[in-house]
Design a protein around this ligand. Structure first.
Ligand code: PGA
Length: 249
């Protein structure tokens, strides 16, 4: 596990985008796992800039998003589908056929989730998976208690997650969906490379617990310690409780 310390959100976003761009240059048919939330927004902006400067071509890549709320139509302003269109897809030359985002409206969740896993396998797995982290240690929507062998499935959201995400729903906790479809811990760990982004003081405590504590279902992100190719990109604020590691690097 490699921890990359950056000075601020801007530098974190640029580094993450450069890392993705480098991978696409090396493999134009890259399969890229994507995340939503506020943290990767800067990375998407930097990727769009690289595209506009003709430094990167998304034409042949495939993307799989980690998760989606259950019950939101794709053009609901808080759906992750809408987020991805607005923040990234509609600004670049990605082929719509190559975009996969869980369908939060599926009527057959078990079959649908198995199919999502199959689509990933059909593309020879995910090359690089971008991740954020929740204050409860979730990755995707794998909340505490998510087992290491979990695959794509419907989950109930933690109260802390609902509370944290209410800011996107005009602060109305009742408007936040209570369930989501998420890729599982096993689906994430199967990616050839994982890159977790964390910014801001609100993430300092969970970053410290995740990467200096023991591996446990109680902090699903801690499973990343087992991944052979995992990079954590943090800004100073998120890394503020990792002082002993920082000073030894
Ligand atoms: P955030 O969410 O980027 O909005 O902090 C991260 C997450 O919940 O995974």
């Amino acid at each position: 596990m490699k921890i990359v310390f950056t000075k601020d959100y801007q530098e974190l976003s640029l580094l993450a985008a450069q890392l993705v761009a480098q991978h696409i240059k090396e493999k134009p048919t890259l399969t890229l796992g994507l995340a939503t939330g506020s943290t990767p927004i800067g990375m998407y902006q930097e990727l769009v800039k690289l595209f506009k400067n003709q430094e990167i071509d998304f034409q042949h890549i495939t993307t799989f998003n980690l998760d989606e709320y259950v019950g939101l139509v794709p053009d609901h302003k808080q759906s992750y589908n809408f987020f991805m269109q607005k923040k990234f897809f509609e600004h670049v030359n990605i082929n719509k056929k190559n975009i996969f985002i869980p369908d939060g409206l599926t009527q057959k969740p078990t079959e649908y989730c198995a199919q999502y896993e199959q689509e990933i396998k059909n593309r020879d797995g995910i090359d690089i998976q971008i991740l954020g982290i929740g204050r409860d240690g979730h990755i995707g929507f794998n909340e505490p208690g998510s087992p290491i062998n979990s695959s794509t499935r419907v989950v109930n959201l933690d109260q802390l997650t609902i509370q944290d995400n209410a800011r996107f729903f005009d602060g109305n906790i009742n408007a936040v969906p209570k369930q989501a479809i998420t890729m599982g811990i096993a689906s994430i760990l199967a990616a050839r490379e994982c890159v977790l982004l964390a910014s801001g003081t609100a993430k300092a405590k969970i970053i410290e617990r995740t990467f200096t504590g023991t591996i446990s279902e109680n902090i699903p992100a801690s499973f990343l310690q087992m991944h052979p190719q995992c990079t954590i990109i943090v800004d100073q604020a998120a890394a503020s409780l990792l002082k002993s590691i920082q000073s030894s690097q």
